[in-house]
Design a protein around this ligand. Structure first.
Ligand code: AKB
Length: 318
């Protein structure tokens, strides 16, 4: 049975991924790590948990060695809006953390997964059905770290034979752990506000389409790609994957099918709007489908039903 180390384990993806991996590979075989010491997070129960600042390469390697890990899933990173507010910090955390993760994987010869993002594209990228291999000139610091990360992962595979794998995640939607500091966060907030206040003010303008995915599909994609037959992988890192593409008013319409009085208004944040406009409207996931069988289960309607079921049940609880 392999042992997997997850960084950023208390974040939006990590807190659910750790639970899923523990159910698949056993509680003791998933080492959750995060810079946070004590927060009430699912990743901190039922298995090993270590405090790790990923910018500390020595500590990264020591923890990986202590548990003799076979795979590293590196999630710790600053998201787009937070990164734009502090570009130097974003470069340091996203790049130094990544290099430390790759070096750990090289030293221990373990598998390595890290997510890229739709942010790896920019204004000169074809906006609709964006191909897997295309122009990548992002104009955000987050995007710059993502393109650099994609290249670095390819390099570690070619140069050091590290089994690197990765996807370009779209906005991820979940009812478990909220995201923090992303541009696509509105697509999570809108559901919480619909349930609590029956109204939401969007910082993203009407008509701005972005790719999105429900968290269960994102988690399945990580596991599926990590387990995929390497001989079938032409791309390895940075696979385009998306389950749906929508604008704020599309989610509002889906929510209204269940909460008819739901009201959507707009107060556009110029910084996050500029970021959103630099990203594709929709990306083409065909390479992921062909090379490792990516197949998302949720579309906007089924995701909205599940999100509202879960959040309404929680809201009604005393
Ligand atoms: C963000 O909005 O920054 C992230 C992403 C698309 O990478 N959710």
């Amino acid at each position: 049975m392999k042992t997997i180390l997850v960084t950023g384990a208390c974040g939006q993806i990590g807190s659910e991924l750790v639970t899923k991996l523990r159910s698949l590979y056993g509680e003791d075989h998933v080492v959750a790590t995060d810079i946070r010491v004590a927060v009430d997070n699912p990743a901190q129960g039922d298995g090993p948990y270590e405090t790790l600042d990923v910018t500390d390469g020595k500590q990264f390697l020591e923890i990986a060695k202590k548990y003799q890990v076979d795979a590293v899933i590196h999630l710790a990173a600053l998201l787009s809006a937070k990164a734009e507010a502090n570009p130097q910090r974003a470069w340091h955390l996203n790049m130094t953390g990544l290099v430390n993760g790759l070096e750990t994987a090289r030293e221990l010869q373990c598998q390595f997964f890290t997510p890229s993002s739709i942010a790896a594209f920019g204004p000169s990228t074809p906006q609709d059905q964006t191909p897997q291999d295309t122009i990548q000139r992002p104009n955000t610091i987050y995007g710059v770290t993502k393109v650099s990360g994609e290249l670095l992962c390819d390099y570690y595979y070619q140069r050091f034979n590290v089994d690197t794998r990765g996807v370009r995640f779209p906005g991820l939607i979940s009812y478990v752990t909220p995201p923090g500091g992303g541009t696509t966060d509105y697509a999570v907030e809108i559901y919480y506000h619909a349930v609590q206040h029956k109204k939401y003010t969007s910082y993203i303008a009407a008509g701005t389409k972005m790719d999105m995915m429900y968290m269960p599909d994102a988690l399945d994609a990580i596991v599926q790609l990590m387990e995929a037959d390497p001989t079938k992988l032409v791309h390895r890192n940075a696979f385009n994957i998306s389950a749906m593409s929508f604008a704020p008013e599309d989610v509002a319409a889906a929510i209204r099918a269940r909460i008819p009085e739901f009201l959507l208004t707009f107060d556009v944040d110029p910084i996050r709007q500029r970021i959103a406009e630099s990203w594709p409207n929709s990306i083409d996931s065909r390479c992921a489908v062909d090379e490792w069988g990516f197949r998302p289960r949720y579309d906007l309607e089924s995701m909205t039903k599940d999100m509202l079921d879960k959040l309404l049940a929680r809201h009604r609880m005393p």
